[in-house]
Design a protein. Structure first.
Lengths: 146, 254
């Protein structure tokens, strides 16, 4: 299950990072997964600035898994800035968060999220969710032409 | 003249006070919102770590453990799952109390039927017969009242489904400037001595081994009904069924 492209995981909770990586591994998703721990680093990665200044800015992730509650710049603001920029406007963004607050769901879609998934507490369900996400966004979904 | 001046100044003071109170209320509401938001996010994250890593442990080394060691991991996982249900229940309860209500005319028969279908969809076993009579219309927030019906019918299903011939009846009537609605079942019932506990948050009259649940369903019902200016009460007989009724104020033209 790989088109050889990168998944960008924006997540500050180390336990959740480990669980997500494990869930992808268990679901046989072998894409390279880049992990960034806050909103500033997420934007730095995407626009090849700051700590990621050396990165090739033309190589963009196939899909972004975005937590909402992040240090420095929150997930919703990351989403807003991404959608305002030509280079990142079309990258599929899956909001992957603990919240099931109606307000968070509505705001995410309003800002251009492609999907909203609540992290399950149960790891088995987490693996199942990761499998579905991988299958849908990395295999079935037709990415925007570059 | 001085009497009028006095009244004017009192009036101005009252208005000022009213303004202050509504500002306080808005602040309290915002505070509550950020509180529940924080519960949803921050309390559930460590819970996910506890349950998930216990599960990983179970998968990775479960085969090497003896029965007692595996049971202990199971205890950790059950505890965290239970806590997750309680947190979600608490969130539902706090939303029922703080979500703004939009009042409209409600076709109660249609909404009770829709709720019964929803309960059936979510219930895994065979659902009992649910009879819904023609119900008087009401005035209220459709989504909130639908939640009331879902919780009441859901409870009736849960507590009667294991009976030999379970039966649920939903009925309503208009009386003394109010409309009264009733959900009646022939299920496990309850002891009237504990009736006052029925509507408390996390209060349960049955052990969770007998009937699954967190004890927020009826608390949410009471919260919503009272926000509509109504009241709710219940009668029951142990092993003889239960009946929950709620009354909403009758609004002319509704």
């Amino acid at each position: 299950m790989s088109r050889g492209n990168i998944i960008l995981l924006v997540e500050d909770n180390a336990d959740d990072v480990e669980l997500t990586l494990r869930a992808f591994r268990k679901s046989k998703i072998l894409n390279e997964i880049v992990v960034v721990g806050d909103g500033v680093e997420a934007l730095d990665y995407l626009f090849a600035t700051g700590v990621h200044a050396g990165r090739d800015p033309k190589s963009m992730p196939e899909v972004i898994l975005l937590d909402l509650k992040l240090p420095k710049i929150g997930g919703l603001e990351v989403l807003r800035q991404m959608r305002a920029d030509e280079r990142t406007r079309r990258i599929p963004v899956v909001v992957l968060t603990s919240s099931n607050e109606e307000r968070d769901i509505l705001t995410s879609y309003d800002l251009g999220a492609n999907s909203f998934v609540r992290k399950p507490v149960d790891f088995g369900q987490f693996v199942e969710a990761a499998r579905h996400l991988g299958l849908y966004w990395l295999v079935m979904n037709e990415p925007p032409p570059r | 003249m001085s009497e009028i001046d006095h009244l004017r100044s009192e009036n101005a003071q009252l208005r000022e006070r009213e303004e202050q109170l509504s500002q306080d209320l808005a602040a309290a509401y915002r505070h509550l919102e950020s509180f529940t938001h924080s519960i949803a996010h921050d309390l559930r994250a460590p819970l996910r770590s506890i349950d998930s890593f216990a599960q990983i442990l179970e998968e990775d080394i479960g085969a090497r453990l003896d029965a007692e060691e595996r049971r202990l991991i199971g205890v950790i996982r059950n505890g965290s799952r239970k806590m997750d249900q309680l947190i979600l229940g608490l969130l539902d309860f706090s939303r029922a109390g703080s979500r703004p209500l939009e009042f409209d005319r409600i076709d109660m028969t249609a909404i009770a039927e829709a709720a019964a279908i929803e309960v059936r969809t979510h219930y895994s076993g065979t659902t009992p017969l649910i009879e819904i009579a023609e119900l008087p219309a009401a005035r209220g927030d459709a989504a909130a009242i639908r939640q009331v019906w879902c919780n009441l019918i859901g409870n009736a299903v849960k507590y009667s489904a294991k009976r030999p011939s379970p039966r649920i009846t939903v009925s309503g009537r208009s009386e003394n400037c109010q409309t009264v609605y009733q959900v009646e079942d022939n299920g496990a019932g309850f002891d009237m001595r504990y009736a006052d506990k029925l509507f408390g948050v996390f209060q349960r009259l049955h052990r969770s081994e007998e009937f699954d649940g967190t004890g927020v369903g009826l608390a949410i019902v009471q919260c919503i009904v009272e926000r509509h200016g109504g009241r709710v009460w219940a009668t029951g007989i142990p092993d003889g069924g239960a009946s929950v009724q709620f009354a909403l104020p009758f609004v002319p033209g509704s």
